[in-house]
Design a protein around this ligand. Structure first.
Ligand SMILES: Nc1ncnc2c1ncn2[C@@H]1O[C@H](COP(=O)(O)OP(=O)(O)O)[C@@H](O)[C@H]1O
Ligand SMILES: [Mg+2]
Length: 231
């Protein structure tokens, strides 16, 4: 089972660095993530967790190094193929990034509309996912009228609604009370069970320790300090 040939890496990073002006946010990161893995990226504030997820989502460009997603080199993806690659990812941004002028329902539905899904499917799926995140009563609300925690629940719903093969969740429970946080983790676990590869960044390790079986990659000051399997 564990020989090299049976490895099925969906994400590979080779010597990736990211520089913001004079600041090196990621330093020479090499990493492989297997299809269906649940990976927890931990480390203190400023460690580079968000930068790592944004680079994978193509929201930031690596300054150096190579990234392969399912064998495709991100540096060589043509702009016409980019939307298709993006659709394989669901991303929960740390600052949510909801569209303020669109309702909760519309923010989530947009993902499925862009993917060309049927209106009847969209209606059913969006309501169902918003129900599982506890936001079904706020379908018509605009994001600026919601609390941070509520916006976070919508951001999680938007990230999972398209059933992407890779879910990147940046501090997805950072604004939630413990029972809402557990509901969000349960939701991520549900998609993990269906086969999604999940990367969760959080500075709060013990949040996940009890409920998730997966790998913890600890980063600090842009460097991988340690990886460990959590049981
Ligand atoms: N757009 C940016 N411009 C300048 N510096 C940035 C930018 N984004 C992140 N950084 C810096 O990179 C480092 C890592 O940030 P980040 O990835 O957000 O860390 P974390 O998510 O672990 O808290 C920090 O020092 C941060 O200030
Ligand atoms: Mg962050």
């Amino acid at each position: 089972m564990n020989d090299k040939n049976s490895k099925n890496s969906i994400i590979r990073l080779f010597n990736v660095s990211k520089r913001f002006g004079g600041k090196l946010a990621l330093k020479d990161i090499s990493l492989e993530i297997e299809q269906g893995e649940f990976v927890f990226i931990s480390g203190p504030s400023g460690a580079g967790k968000s930068t790592l997820l944004k680079i994978l989502y193509l929201a930031e460009k690596a300054s150096e190094g190579q990234i392969l997603i399912d064998g495709m080199n991100l540096a060589r993806i043509s702009s016409s193929k980019l939307p298709f690659l993006r659709r394989r990812f669901g991303m929960v941004f740390q600052d949510y990034k909801l569209i303020p002028s669109r309702t909760v329902y519309e923010n989530v539905a947009l993902v499925l509309e862009a993917a060309g899904k049927k209106p009847s499917y969209i209606r059913k799926k969006v309501v169902q996912v918003l129900r599982t995140t506890g936001m079904e009563k706020k379908l018509k609300a605009l994001p600026p009228t919601l609390s941070g925690g509520e916006q976070q629940k919508v951001a999680v719903a938007r990230a999972v609604v398209g059933e992407p093969s890779i879910i990147l969740a940046d501090e997805p429970t950072g604004s939630l009370d413990s029972s809402s946080a557990q509901a969000i983790l349960d939701l991520l676990m549900e998609y993990h069970k269906k086969g999604a590869t999940i990367l969760v960044a959080s500075h709060n390790l013990h949040l996940l320790e009890s409920s998730v079986r997966g790998r913890n990659i600890e980063i600090n000051d842009g460097i991988i300090k340690r990886t460990a399997t959590m049981l």
